[in-house]
Structures are given as structure tokens and as C-alpha cells.
Design a protein around this ligand. Sequence first.
Ligand code: MV4
Length: 507
Amino acid sequence: MFEKVLIANRGEIAVRVMRSLKEMGIKTVAVYSEADREALHVRKADEAVCVGPAASSESYLLGDKILEAAKTTGAQAIHPGYGFLSENADFARACKEAGVAFIGPSPRAIEVMGEKTRARELMAKAGVPLVPGTPNAIEEATEALRLAEEIGFPVLVKAAAGGGGKGMRRVDSSAEFVAAFEGARREAISAFGNGDVYIEKFVLKPRHVEIQVLADEAGNTIHLFERDCSVQRRHQKIIEETPCPVLSDATREAMGKVAVQAARAVDYVGAGTVEFLLDAEENFYFLEMNTRLQVEHPITEMITGIDLVRWQVRIADGQDLGFAQEDIIRRGAAVECRIYAEDPENQFRPSPGLLTTVRPPSGPGVREDSGVYEGARVPVHYDPMISKLITWGEDRDHALARMRRALDEYTITGIETNLAFHREVLEHPDFVSGEYDTQFVPQWLKARPGREKKEELTAELGAVLAAHRRDEALAHGSGAGSNGGPRESRGSRWKDVGRLRQLGRIR
Ligand code: MV4
């Protein structure tokens, strides 16, 4: 087994990975940028190497520099976390060539899955259901229009090199098609340096449901059930849960089998995720495969009891899974809220700065994976996600009740966060019912009053309450006004606050 592993990442995931390594008796090496000198992941590591200035492109994305750090510290393996170099086939290959294990799949699997049309082609061959569409990239606009008409509108023009929603265009009619097609091609060229686009039937109001898979070098491939990630905004996930609240056991089993087929088709080794769109009739279609550990992996760990990082490390060390699909037992439900340093009341603008208070929740069924501490600074240079709050319960209601309780316990001051936003979602009837799809957050945000509107409502309510008190006081014959009267007739301001709170106007 490895004696020392370098973590090529920062924030909560670097800390998360180190925790499992420590449990396995493995020494840890952190890398950090100049902006992260004081970061939690640096403090938690046995050793740390500065790899460059704040900008990711000059630090966390420098494969050569990071590989060099592994060699000078004597780390035998590199865990890439998510983002940064985690799905960079060239980096995975460079590690291999340098005699350092890359804790992830083969460079080939990363490459194949990174190219959407290649992935689609391979998945079709493996019998994985795809959204009806063109198997390959289309060059010619008139040919593309003919195919779009054959598929039937609405269609989605997607970039072959894209993913995560980048370079996608919805087209509703033949009249709009050619302009949208050419636009998508230009966008793809400027975003990915590759103008290849293909066409899919547009699936209306889909849910995003993904399956966790795990495979060893010996060819044992299993799945660890699903995660529903439909609570998103601009392709940024906000809340994930498992099990998917609307999935039948039959569909769950079918999706799991298909995900294993998909992984086998690329000789996948390690932890991976197969993403699907799920429509209202429980049809599911392959979207893409993520060849990394995902942000939301803890909810799967909570319901299966399996430490995914521990298994990633063992698999990279050449060990066999040692258990079969039948050995995986699903228990209860889990939900994750991503805590962002951002201001939901101001277009979700990032809110970096000094964390003057950080009081995380704890107690039964609560897990907090954090990358920060009280007194730390959230730098401007990176993703604003500062921690993840995960709860487990015997069933969905229990997990959600614990999440509401944990969110109420959680205090962060000094910067803006989306904690209050999470509290609102956890009380939204559509979320509570489980009957939501990927349009839930964007649709709700359109209808939801902004902060100014809310303050106006609070003021109005306060005025109504004051008038009511005045009327009550007059009716009781004291004759005193609401302001400046004797304490008893004025009533308790703390109770007023409590009443307003109950009316949901303030927090
Ligand atoms: C789609 C779709 C509807 N129909 N494909 C967005 C991210 C990218 N990985 C795929 N995406 C979508 N592909 C077809 N044929 C709708 C989306 C989509 C979406 C998917 C998952 C989660 C959130 C989403 C939000 C908007 C659109």
C-alpha cells in the first residue's frame, strides 16, 4: 500500500480525501497556492508544497509542477479530487509515465468519456439508452436541419466537447434552427476550440439522476445506487439527495444495471458516475459519465456505509473490491446542501472575505465536510463552495427534518452565504413533496420576491401589527397610543419578532 499520497486539490475535498488517507495510515502531502497559505487543507496535511500564485492556471492546474512536488516529497500516488486536473487525461498519463499512481481511471476512459459524441457512440454499442438524436457531429447546416426535423422539435444542439451545460442551444422550430446551429458551432469553437456539435431531442422537465459506480482492475464492477441532483441553478448543483424520491424499484434496478454496462464498456476502473436524464414517465437516457469522485459522493456513503475515497485508494493500489452487488445494502435516506460563499439576494454574487464566525452543526445524522475554519479567509480566486452539509435519516422525512435542524444550528458570519436560501428550499412545498425537476429552482426564483420586496413586506406587516395593537389598546380603554405607552399595553417587542418570524417574513 502507498505510504504517502499527494492531494492535488484544495478546500473541502482535499480535507475529505486526507481524512480517509489518515485512517488508512497513509501520510498526506498538500499542494497550495500563495492565496491558500493559511487554508485548512494545508493545516491538515503532514506536509505541504507551494505550487505557485493564486490563479488556478498558475498553481492547481500545473500538472508538471504538482507531479514534481510528488517526486520531491516521495509521494507514490496523487489523488486529484474533483475539478482542476481530475479529468485531465494528459495529467493522468504523465503520472503513470513518472511512476506515480493516479488515483482515478485510465487516461483512455477519461478521454473517451470527455468527448460526448465518442461516449454516445460507445454507449449505443453497449446497449445504454440515449436520448434520440444524431450519433455523430453534423457539419452542414441544411443536413442538420433535415435531421432536426426528423427527430422533431424541440431539439437541443450540443457541443461534442462540452458538458455541464456549456455550448447548448434549445431550438423550437425549423425557422430558428440554422441561426441557432451556426451560433452553437461558433460558441463551441471559442469555448472548447472544437466546433463539433450534435443534435438531441429536447427532454422536457427532466430530472438529473446519476448512478455511482465502483470498479476494480480485476473487472468487478458494481453500482452504489442513485443520487438525484435536480436542484440546480445554471448547471450548479445546490442540493442532492438519495434515494431519488420518485424512482420506482424497477427503474432503480434497471438504471443500476445500465450504469454498470456503461462502465464495463470503457473498462472503467475506480469510482465514476453515470449521469442520466429521467423524464416524467420514468424513461431514462444516458447524458455523460464523470470520471472522478463527485462533490455529492457523501450522500452515497451515508446510505451504503462505504467510504468511496478508501476504495479509490485501494483500487489504485491494485486491490479487488472483495464484495459483490448483492452485498451492497441501501439504508435510509441522505441529503446534501452545498454551502456557498455567495449572496442569493444579489444574483448569487460570490462573497469572499474573512469568516468572523463559523459554528457548524453536529449531532445525530449530521456530517459536515468543510474546507474552512473561523478566522480563515475565503479567497476570490476559486469556486465559492466552502462546505457541504449532509444529513442521514431513516427515511426522507427524517433526513429532511435533520437538515432543517442542522441548517438552523449553522452560523456563519463575516461573509454572505446561501444558508437562508437552503432553509427556504427545505420548506418549499415542491421540494418537500419530492415532485420537482431541473426547472424547479430557476422557475421558483423567477416568482420569488427579492430582498427589497421582502423588506417592504416586513415593514408593511410591522405597520399592520402596530395598528392592531393600537386598536386593541383603545378597545381596552387605556387610551394610550402604541408608542410610548406603558409597557404592558405596548406588548413585547420580542414577541412581535417571534410573530413576524412565524409569519415567515424575517429570520
Ligand atoms: C438535456 C436536457 C434536455 N434534453 N438534453 C444540461 C447539462 C448537460 N450535461 C446536459 N443538460 C441537459 N441536457 C436533452 N436532450 C436538459 C439538460 C438540462 C439539465 C440537465 C441536468 C441538470 C440540469 C439541467 C438544467 C437545464 C438543462
